[in-house]
Design a protein around this ligand. Sequence first.
Ligand code: ATP
Length: 229
Amino acid sequence: MDSILKIENLQKKYKHIQAVADVSFEVKKGSIFGLLGPNGSGKTTILGIVLNVLNRDHGNYYWFGEAPLKGNRGRIGAILEHPNFYPYLSAEKNLEVVVGIKQVSKDNIERVLRIVELFDRRKDKFSTFSLGMKQRLAIAAALISKPEVLVLDEPTNGLDPQGIVEIRELILKIASMGTTIIISSHLLDEIEKICTDVVILKNGRLLLAGKVGEINKKSSVIEVAADDM
Ligand code: ATP
């Protein structure tokens, strides 16, 4: 299978905190790949490094079998934080801004609004959206360049139960359309429900990597990781 992202011996320290300690793994095309770990285990730092918003101390990463990220931007869609849009612009106008920045055709706006099921709400101001709808609009923006991989950092954080279900279903739908997904979460249940593959992190270290169906057998490792999940 094709390699989407390969990480080799990644390390990152913030002063005295070893946020990421010698982490290696590979994300294959077509997977829904979960980064599972409690708060502070290094998930956001790893995603920040591979998306080129943070520097690394050591190690390498390769998107699509190639280093570096330059030139591959359109092939990767990502949401690292809670979505930031213009509150008084409609969903559609906000996506027009994204289209301008990413220099893609306006035709993509209707496509992505339909995927995230916000087409009927396209004229509504962003400020009137629920958190779940805001998150769906952010996913729409991340899909605007028809990326091969979508990277989501704790996308269900802060959502109500209904919003959580909607985002999980949306992720499965996007995956079924052929997009590889990389998602971080501190919820074992979430990873088990939607992911095909998982790495478990604790204190910046990789405890376990494997197929989601197989990790149940190694429950002692999960218990160690899950102490504070
Ligand atoms: P969370 O779910 O809370 O975001 P995480 O698994 O994404 O957790 P990171 O945010 O990558 O973990 O943090 C890893 C470690 O690095 C933690 O101990 C955290 O306190 C520390 N850390 C993260 N960012 C910084 C920073 N800018 N300066 C100092 N320490 C940091």
